[in-house]
Design a protein around this ligand. Structure first.
Ligand code: HEM
Length: 89
């Protein structure tokens, strides 16, 4: 199964060329996806290294987007960090 990744670890990957994002308690490495993202690179860079769930949901992404994102899943957010839900990563 996929590994557990802490928010502290996610925060280290906060650059365009090393871009991890938390969406709905799952961690995605979007470094390679950003050039293909129909919503542009900048939107992904703006949430690099943090929780981008709100931004992702605000767009109202399609089912197709949900399929694509599976390819970039690298792990689950660590249980200890999931409890801090309201917090902005
Ligand atoms: C793995 C994560 C993501 C995937 C696979 C993804 C994929 C897509 C796809 C396929 C579209 C085209 C429209 C659709 O099918 O819904 C899209 C549009 C868009 N996405 Fe993402 N996206 C991701 C994350 C994000 C995040 C985190 C943000 C914001 C920070 C974002 C912002 C946008 C915007 C602004 C659009 C354009 C909407 C429009 O043209 O009206 N996306 N994305």
């Amino acid at each position: 199964m996929s590994r557990e990744i802490s928010l502290a670890e996610v925060k280290k990957h906060n650059k365009a060329n090393d871009l991890w994002v938390v969406i709905e308690d799952k961690v995605y490495d979007l470094t390679k996806f950003k050039q293909e993202h129909p919503g542009g690179e900048d939107s992904l860079i703006s949430v690099a290294g943090r929780n981008g769930t709100r931004e992702f949901l605000d767009v109202g992404h399609s089912q197709e987007a949900r399929e694509i994102m599976k390819k970039f899943l690298i792990g689950n957010l660590a249980a200890a960090d999931i409890k801090k839900k309201g917090a902005v990563g």
